[in-house]
Design a protein. Structure first.
Length: 176
């Protein structure tokens, strides 16, 4: 089950392998939403960041500007976020184990600014050409790569997955 948590509230139960979609108001957050609207209109574009639940205590794995790091969901308490369950795609404990093993192996990898440029060109031109730096990931691409270790089969390459793609795949609708 997917649950929306408005700013000031927080989930109490976390399952490793689930993920959050969240919304920010800094310049890059707004730019990501504008780009997503080019592809989706207004559907699925409220969220501009994704992070993977790493522990039952709310620990996260997430790709930020400095790379993939271990953080905590408490940093999003004053933000809207949607907690997305992957129960349908990871019904067995071993499915979540594979997701977590891959996520842990990514900690320390760099953020992929080249992939951001590639996605931007694709959004503006409709081009299907993509480029990235091996061993670098963006937030939503990181979450998608992790979830590929379960039974989730995405209709496009995880390289160009945006938060809106995750929202669409898991049917997480825009809140505003």
């Amino acid at each position: 089950m997917n649950v929306f948590y408005p700013a000031g509230t927080e989930a109490k139960i976390y399952k490793p392998g689930d993920f959050i979609l969240t919304h920010g108001d800094v310049f890059y957050s707004k730019l990501i939403r504008v780009g997503q609207r080019l592809r989706y209109g207004s559907a699925f574009t409220f969220y501009n960041h994704a992070a993977l639940i790493a522990g039952e205590d709310g620990t996260l794995f997430e790709a930020l500007g400095d790379g993939i790091d271990v953080t905590h969901i408490s940093k999003y308490k004053e933000s809207d976020y949607h907690l997305v369950s992957i129960d349908e795609y990871a019904p067995e404990v071993r499915d979540r184990y594979r997701i977590m093993a891959f996520a842990k192996s990514c900690v320390g990898m760099n953020y992929d600014w080249l992939d951001i440029a590639s996605i931007s060109i694709s959004l503006l031109t409709g081009s299907k050409i993509s480029f990235q730096t091996e061993g670098h990931l963006i937030c939503s691409g990181f979450v998608a790569r992790c979830l590929e270790r379960s039974n989730a089969i995405f209709p496009k390459s995880s390289q160009h997955m945006m938060p809106a793609d995750l929202a669409q795949f898991f049917q997480v609708y825009t809140r505003s």
